[in-house]
Design a protein around this ligand. Structure first.
Ligand code: DGL
Length: 267
């Protein structure tokens, strides 16, 4: 018997919309449900236990809405909570994401790669294991970027402050020879046009949004064979204030969207 499914996607805030764009592109008929945990953003400076508790609450909500596959559209939450989610919801495909170290190591010509990510991601055991596995002889320079997530949450993609922060975070990486930059947080692809204005055209920018969408497509194909796609709708929820969320999520999604507030037990 076939049944209609839905894909649940969450992030600490609006950043995961950069991944949702890729998902919508390759899965046009799916019902997508997105939760921005903007009432708790940023995750980057929170404890793993806090992020795990939020990730469980959001996943529970998404499952109650009909999701039969979950995408953790957040590098920080993947590092802190993917394992716990996979143990607790072991019947569901749960797709996480990590900074694109492997493609960056392939792309670099100088042998030096810079990683822009949250402090939470960079300090995680999962990130250490990723470097251990893929860095090889390439020198990996890491740069925590406090403040960037907050700018994207406010919809400030071209402000003077955004420019200053990006210059400050990237300059030391280029001074040490980096020719490839990993955007290791799902908020940062929204700053890519500004980063492109600031950094030399020779610099390669890499992120994992497209790869995550392809991985999701393959997982639902192999693990949920009896399933049919949903009604091609996209629903948006936030744990933050609905008015700014509607404005900013509409701008980042590229069309006017309706944003609903998460029910109280999940806030
Ligand atoms: N968008 C997130 C990530 O990919 C988390 C940002 C944050 O809340 O600090 O890491």
């Amino acid at each position: 018997m076939s049944r209609a499914g839905a894909i649940g996607v969450f992030d600490s805030g609006v950043g995961g919309l950069s991944v949702l764009h890729h998902i919508r592109q390759i899965l046009p008929n799916e019902r997508l449900i997105y939760v921005a945990d903007s009432g708790h953003v940023p995750y980057g400076d929170k404890s793993p236990a806090y992020i795990e508790a939020r990730s469980i609450a959001l996943t529970q909500f998404l499952i109650e809405q009909g999701a039969d596959a979950i995408v953790i559209a957040c590098n920080t939450a993947t590092a802190a909570a993917a394992h716990a989610l996979r143990v607790k919801y072991n019947k569901l495909p749960i797709i996480g994401m990590e900074p694109a170290v492997k493609p960056a190591v392939t792309a670099t010509k100088s042998g030096v790669v810079g990683v822009l990510a949250t402090v939470g991601t960079l300090e995680s055991a999962r990130f250490a294991a990723l470097l251990e596995r893929y860095a090889g002889h390439v020198k990996i320079l890491t740069q925590g970027c406090p403040g960037l997530v907050e700018l994207v949450e406010r919809g400030e993609l071209h402000s003077v402050q955004a420019r200053h922060l990006i210059e400050r975070y990237t300059a030391p990486l280029f001074a040490q020879g980096a020719d490839t930059l990993i955007l290791g947080c799902t908020h940062y692809p929204f700053l890519a046009p500004l980063i492109r204005e600031i950094v030399s055209a020779e610099i390669t920018l890499v992120d994992t949004g497209a790869a995550v969408a392809r991985h999701l497509q393959q997982r639902i194909h192999t693990e949920l064979p009896a399933r049919v796609a949903g009604d091609a709708s996209t629903q948006f929820f936030t744990s933050g204030d609905v008015e700014p969320a509607t404005r900013i999520m509409s701008a980042l999604w590229g069309e006017s969207v309706v944003v609903q507030v998460l029910p109280t037990p999940f806030l």
